[in-house]
Design a protein around this ligand. Structure first.
Ligand SMILES: Cc1cc2nc3c(=O)[nH]c(=O)nc-3n(C[C@H](O)[C@H](O)[C@H](O)COP(=O)(O)OP(=O)(O)OC[C@H]3O[C@@H](n4cnc5c(N)ncnc54)[C@H](O)[C@@H]3O)c2cc1C
Length: 444
């Protein structure tokens, strides 16, 4: 006989913990199943940046209250606890292969001096622990080390099955099982989506990093010219929240790490590098689901999006879905109609305002060019571009920065101008076919 709940949440990441906590605070009987031994054990790669203040993301503008030790979501009117460390950073720089020239998103000096607005890195372990503890107080029943292997619609709601053979039944289920969601697969949600690519990611926490204007996120390509060498080595790096001289560095594997920190043009940034820890992940990217719902299962966070919803999106969707379930049960509508508030909110604030092709653009864009072309492009854009960390806007900002220089590029580098003219968001998708293995920051 299956144990019966109002709500069964599958996955104890950011979205699932927030959803379970809110539903329990609203008085529902809630179970949460997580395959790890504790939700706050983080093994999966995450750069741990929060878009804040002036950046609108999913139409929210979150900020941190130092007094309350909470992240505040003023548009959606809620907050989440956070007792961990955080570290400000001030710009996004795309760095040329020569390790000198750069396209600057944001005014580093203004942001650093307090005249502008900083962004932050945070500690995901602390974020998850805070959500877990509030859930515990609210009465969430946590089932840890449970791998959910199936979920099916029943006349009373949804039945969820674990690898131990346990069955839990919920009037509703929230699928918060991340980017490679088993529930999206089992319940047929992926049949309505287009498969984009599978990618892997390795990120290293490295110490011994020192360079000027270092409190920023930087991205670029280093070129290995040795015979039989690595060719173009993509990297993404930003300050770590754990130690002052530590950075989160994405390069695709140990060989590239060794080249980047010891032999590339960027080696001057590194002194006695030590890897303190690694985090990895595999992602299967699909186009966004047409709607985040399938037979009393409500999808949140990464599970129904095309890639990372980010922790902001995960918190927002978990929060909204839990309230929608509470309302549905309160009004006696234990069906799709009961949770249309959530479905409508998701459509309006996710796919209708964020085109996933715009997100995928900028990383692919920088891979179109040769080393010489990249050095040229990074040199000519001298003006500081509009400060935003929103990945959906980055490509647009870069193109707007390029605009005043297009005539000059046509004259001086016609082949490069041709590449620029041919590139657009639609083309990105065709370039991301699995066989081309074109990746983006954090992935390869
Ligand atoms: C390289 C990289 C960099 C990133 N950088 C940032 C960043 O800077 N800032 C930011 O905000 N976000 C970033 N993200 C994205 C962010 O990590 C995710 O969007 C966010 O964690 C999604 O939360 P979620 O709850 O939807 O899924 P997840 O955090 O993936 O949680 C899913 C949970 O479900 C559990 N689970 C999965 N399957 C099962 C199952 N079958 N049974 C039981 N449990 C299961 C997992 O163990 C996990 O705990 C990054 C992601 C990557 C890959």
């Amino acid at each position: 006989m299956a144990k019966k709940y109002d709500l069964v949440v599958v996955g104890g990441g950011t979205s699932g913990l927030e959803a379970a906590k809110i539903a329990a605070q609203n008085g529902l009987k809630v179970a949460l199943l997580e395959r790890k031994s504790h939700p706050a054990k983080v093994y999966r790669a995450c750069a741990q940046m929060f878009l804040m203040n002036n950046d609108s993301f999913y139409n929210e503008r979150m900020y941190f209250s130092r007094e309350k030790k909470r992240w505040i979501f003023p548009v959606n009117n809620f907050s989440v606890p956070y007792k961990g460390a955080y570290r400000e950073f001030y710009a996004t720089h795309f760095i040329a292969p020569n390790a000198e020239d750069r396209i600057e998103i944001g005014d580093y000096e203004a942001n650093a001096s307090g005249r502008g607005i900083a962004a932050v890195v945070f500690d995901k372990v602390a974020l998850l622990e805070g959500l877990f503890q509030e859930g515990l107080v609210a009465g969430v029943e946590y089932f840890l080390e449970r791998n959910v292997v199936d979920a099916r619609k029943t006349s009373e709601g949804v039945e969820v099955v674990t690898n131990h053979g346990e069955k839990l039944s919920g009037t509703f289920c929230i699928a918060a099982d991340g980017i490679n969601s088993r529930l999206a697969r089992r319940l047929g949600l992926n049949q309505e989506r287009t498969f984009l690519f599978t990618a892997q990611s390795v990120s290293y926490y490295v110490t011994g990093v020192k360079f000027d204007r270092s409190e920023m996120i930087c991205m670029g390509n280093a070129f290995d010219h040795t015979t039989g060498g690595l060719g173009s080595v993509h990297f993404c790096m930003l300050p770590s929240v754990y130690r002052d001289d530590e950075y989160w560095l994405y390069v695709a594997g140990d060989e590239r790490l060794e080249f980047f920190t010891k032999r590339s043009n960027f080696k001057k940034w590194f002194h006695n590098v030590e890897v303190t820890h690694k985090r990895c992940c595999v992602i299967s990217a699909w186009s966004p689901a047409p709607e985040p719902y399938k037979g009393n299962v409500i999808f949140v966070g990464d599970s129904c999006w095309f890639a990372e919803a980010e922790n902001t999106g995960a918190l927002l969707s978990g929060h909204k879905a839990a309230h929608a379930v509470s309302k549905a049960l309160h009004t006696g509508k234990a069906n799709r109609e009961g949770v249309t508030d959530y479905i409508d909110w998701w459509r309006r604030n996710w796919p209708e305002t964020h085109d996933y092709k715009d997100f995928l653009c900028y990383p692919v864009f920088f891979r179109l060019f040769s080393e010489e072309e990249l050095n040229y492009l990074h040199k000519i854009i001298t003006q500081k571009l509009y400060w935003s960390l929103n990945p959906f806007n980055l490509y647009g900002h870069i193109m707007r920065g390029m605009q005043p220089h297009l005539d000059r590029i046509k004259k001086e580098k016609p082949a490069l101008a041709q590449k620029l003219a041919l590139f657009n968001p639609e083309r990105t998708i065709s370039m991301m076919k699995p066989a081309t293995r074109v990746g983006f920051p954090g992935y390869c």
